[in-house]
Design a protein around this ligand. Sequence first.
Ligand code: SAM
Length: 305
Amino acid sequence: MFIKMCANLRGDGRKAGQDLRFFGCLFFKTVLYLVRMVDFESVLIKHKFKYKKSLGQNFIFDESILDEIAECGGADGSTVVEIGTGAGSLTRAIAARAKRVCSFEIDETLFPVLEDTLAGFDNIQLFSNDVTAIGIETVDMLIGEPYKVIANLPYYITTPLIFLFLRSELCGSITCLVQKEVAERICAESGGDFGALSAAVQAVAEPKIIRKVKSWDFYPQPDVDSAVIRLDRKPGAMLSDGLDAFFKLCFSAKRKTLVNNLTTAGIDKSEVTAALQKLGFKPAARAEELGAAGLKALAEALGRA
Ligand code: SAM
């Protein structure tokens, strides 16, 4: 790039000016990012905070990424639930736009940090509960009104957390950072990536990848890249335990036909074949051939939804 820029300085003056502006802007952004990171890091150091890999503590301090997540998540004027407050960097971006933010963080050593970083916001409620332990009914009761989830999720419980909120009566959308491969599996409509996870999410929500985020945008840096996804709940659609379990059965052995997978699990073969034919699928179909909507219709036909 540098060599190309020097060549441009000699050749096309206008292009060289653009390059200089680009590098100037990049330099300014880098300085801003470093200042901001030092800002958060100094508070974390002041409170002797130690990052815990076991809790998926990979924080983001880049304001442009945080603002984009808050905006794409529809924080403006909304009630937002965040899972994993961390040092409060995303919480601040959400709180600047939202009516109310309810943020859950299980690492209590972060609470003194958050007293500093979230000072001045009066629309943030912090909870120390583990939402996977208290259950979605309790979360919905605590929030008490329709809400959106916006979060940089801890990787070790990404799928259970997404499934939890797809069972909520009040959650309208989920916008979150997840491992890039998980995002691709969630959004896949066919092929090798399409599986029980894709079917479960797509049966009740419209998923979309908003943007990719590189591993170096996190601190500490994880081993993998990530992506921001947004899942919009389909009106009235809710993931039930029965539907979730049914999708897992359908994909229990990916190379086998759907009839084989379901009969191995004890479902009557003639019932499955008849339901498939009634829905317009061939009896030897594999699960991925039905897509999320077809598998949901089959679950309903077999009384498993
Ligand atoms: N939101 C911050 C950010 O973007 O920088 C932190 C995100 S970090 C990937 C995930 C956070 O979730 C960590 O602070 C971790 O302690 C917290 N966490 C882990 N398991 C949790 C759970 N079961 N409930 C709530 N928070 C949890």
